[in-house]
Every structure is written in C-alpha cells, then in structure tokens.
Design a protein around this ligand. Structure first.
Ligand code: AMP
Ligand code: MG
Length: 412
C-alpha cells in the first residue's frame, strides 16, 4: 500500500502551482512493485515492469516484402533470367539455381543465393524469362531478419504503457503475456448532501451525482481496478471514518466536492483527522480547492465538486499519481499549438483552462472559446474538443495569439 511518506510536503497556506503539485507527486510517491503476467488480450493500458528484450529477431528470417521475383543482384545492369521455382509465404524456399529468378510472394523466405526482389507490378516477362531493367538496388523489396528488432535488443522499455502498437510488437516477438504492475486499487467517493444517484428520483434540493461517473470513466483508461464507494454525507466524522476504512484496501482514494472553504466542506478536515494533509489549494482555474493528503499511507486526492474542476484536477493530479504508482515512465499531457480566435483576461499567477472548440484553418488549428463561463457547466466539456491552457504569467490574451491546447482525445 503506502507509497507516500506521511510527512506534509508543503503547506504554507499559499496556493500551490500545478507544476509544484506534480513535482511533489513525482518526488514522494513510489511505484507499486508487485508484478504479474498479463495476457496480451488484457494488456491494454498496463505498465511493463521490466524491459522487453527480443527473444529472437524480428522479422525472424530474411523474406520478401512484395509479390515478385527473387534473384541474385549482379551489379545493377540489365539482365534476362529464366524463371525456376516458386516460393509462397509459409513454405520453405529451395536454393536459387545460379543464373535464374524465382517467383516469390510477400512474406515468403528468400531462397538461399537470392538477395533482391523485383516487384511483380514492375516486372516484364518474355515467356518464362524475367527481363530485369538496369538500376534496381541490391536488397530492394526484401526484409532482412532482425531489421525491425535485432535479437536481444530492447523492444520496449520498463515503464512503457502498453497500447495497441506495443501489444502487437510483443505478439510479433512471440510473447503471449507480459510482466506488468498489478492493477492499482482506486476508490472513488462523491461527497455532498445534495447528491442523488442517477436512476433514483430527485428529492427537492437534490442534484444528480455526475462526478463519480466521470471519474470512474476517466479511470477506465488507466491501469486501475476502480471501486465505486458511493456518496458521503457532508459530515466530518462520517467522512474521516469512511476515508480511514477505505484507505486499508486501496492504493489511492479520490473524492470530489466538499473541499472548499465553506462550513459544509469537510473533506480537508477529514483528511487531516484521519491522516495528514500534503497540500491544499492549487493556483488553477477551474480547480482551486483541490487537496491531497495521506491516510494510513494511502494517498487521498480531494478533487473539487464542480464537474469541470474535478476533471481538470483529475488530469493534473490523479492521472500522474496513478501513472507514478503504476511505475509508468513520466509523461506530460499532450499539448498542441493553436491560434486563439478570442480574447480573454485572466489573473496573474494562476493557470487557466478554458474549454474550446477546435477548427482547422489550412494547416492551422483555431481555438474558439465556449460561450459561457462556469466550472459547473457539463456541456462546456461535451460541446468542445479541448482545453486551452493559459499559463500563470499571462494576464491578457488577444485574438490571433498563439496558445497551447490539450485535445480531449489525448486526455480522456
Ligand atoms: P462543493 O465543493 O462540495 O461545494 O461543490 C461545488 C459544486 O459542485 C456544488 O454545486 C455541488 O453541488 C457540485 N457537486 C459536488 N459534487 C458533485 C458531484 N459528485 N456531481 C455533480 N456535482 C457535484
Ligand atoms: Mg459539497
């Protein structure tokens, strides 16, 4: 469990910058070391614990890259070679008789003595004789053994997050399972007396709990086994008790709501009551009230209640924390250059994430701000495609200015 030291990292009452929070997580959270063999079909999103060294060369043997004619290169001049023999994929090749060419198909082994293939689309035949024009390069249209990965070479580094390409590479090397960090147990609470579970009837003054479902969906893309821990009341003792109980069975706890400065916000005090606070309040909009703590050695992230703020803080705190726990190589959120199609003023010293629509203008990306403000607007996420990141030092953005955008497609 406990990968986080119990001391308070930095808590001076100051707002912490997003980068400082990320640095604290990187410094103080140690990866889980338990590994397990994961079959390839279940490996998507999992993190490799050790480098994958190629047990054999890839491709495993010298083979043709096209359908055509294999022959022995003889300096590149024009040649006439009688056809002798044929080799298809999956069949052994007889040696090439000197002074002949052999019919060959994509993926078939090169016959001994051949080093070059003429593509069938480019080949001219005179009956059973191949007419080779001058100028074909030695080694054209064939694939040497190990040209992709040499035997013994590192195919994937430790800490790699496995996606379709990595899984395909492991399969091509003949592996059916890979050593990965075990799934992290992440528990998700919502907090708030006003919250009702979707599917139930809404009582007066109630609103449906959406964050729990957003967070569980965000976790689905990570190497996590998530537990839905339901809704906590706005009550300090119940909250502290629930955190203490859940800490024992989880590698990370996430809460949302109840972490602001209001009298009904009890999460920060509950973290302090059940464990210790690491930081509280980030210099980010939306997302300012976020808190992090440790309860019985288990990290706890108190995400803000406003749905957009919860997402922003998930991406900047929960995601890196989970990747760190899982032993993944550090990665930053993907940012792309765009041109602002709007003007905006902001507070110095605070990072802002605006929701923007993306439009292509030639080879440029234009970012257009969502029309309404508010970290509670769920449609500001469904009707846009990216966050536009405005850095701490910026105070005014003018239309036409270069910005960085974080497309949801790379985040969610
Ligand atoms: P709080 O920080 O608890 O005051 O929450 C800020 C706002 O977010 C309030 O309007 C809450 O009703 C709302 N909120 C908190 N938690 C959730 C949730 N799980 N789903 C949807 N809205 C929430
Ligand atoms: Mg609340």
């Amino acid at each position: 469990m406990a990968q986080l030291s119990d001391d308070c990292f930095a808590f001076g009452g100051q707002l912490m910058s997003v980068d400082q929070a990320a640095a604290l997580i990187a410094e103080r959270v140690s990866p889980v070391t338990d590994a397990e063999a994961v079959p390839l079909h279940a490996a998507r999103g999992r993190v490799l614990t050790a480098p994958l060294l190629a047990p054999g060369p890839l491709p495993p043997f010298f083979n043709s890259a096209v359908d055509g004619y294999a022959f022995a290169h003889a300096g590149g001049g024009e040649m006439r070679l009688p056809l002798a023999g044929r080799v298809a994929a999956g069949r052994p090749a007889a040696p090439l008789a000197p002074g002949t060419a052999m019919r060959i198909f994509t993926g078939a082994p090169m016959p001994a003595g051949a080093d070059t293939v003429m593509m069938q689309e480019d080949a001219a035949l005179d009956g059973q004789t191949l007419l080779l024009p001058a100028g074909l390069k030695r080694g054209a249209n064939c694939r040497p053994a190990g040209e992709d990965v040499a035997m013994g070479a590192q195919a994937l580094a430790a800490g790699t997050r496995l996606g379709p390409a990595e899984i395909g590479l492991a399969a091509a090397l003949g592996l059916a399972a890979l050593g990965c960090t075990r799934l992290l147990r992440v528990g998700v609470f919502s907090t708030g007396d006003e919250l009702a579970a979707p599917g139930s009837a809404l009582a007066p003054a109630q609103t449906y709990d959406s964050n729990r479902f957003t967070l569980l969906a965000l976790l689905a893309g990570l190497p996590v086994q998530a537990t839905d821990l339901g809704i906590l009341p706005d009550e300090p003792t119940a909250t502290a008790d629930a955190l203490a109980r859940a800490a024992a069975g989880h590698d990370l706890l996430l809460t949302s709501g109840g972490v602001s400065t209001g009298e009904e916000d009890h999460v920060r005090a509950a973290i302090e009551g059940a464990g210790s606070l690491v930081f509280w309040r980030l210099a980010v909009k939306p997302g300012r009230p976020a808190a992090m703590g440790v309860v019985a050695g288990t990290p706890v992230l108190g995400l803000p209640g406003n749905p957009v703020a919860a997402v922003v803080c998930f991406l900047h705190l929960a995601r890196p924390l989970i990747l760190r726990l899982a032993g993944a190589a550090p990665e930053t959120l993907p940012r792309f250059p765009a041109i602002a199609d709007f003007g905006h003023r902001k507070k110095l010293g605070r990072r802002e994430y605006l929701r923007v629509r993306l439009r292509r203008d030639g080879t440029q990306l234009l970012a257009e701000k969502f029309g309404r403000e508010g970290a509670g607007l769920l449609t500001s996420l469904t009707e846009t495609q990216a966050f536009c990141e405005l850095p701490e030092e910026m105070v005014a953005l003018s239309p036409g200015q270069a910005v960085l955008v974080l497309p949801f497609i790379g985040l969610f």
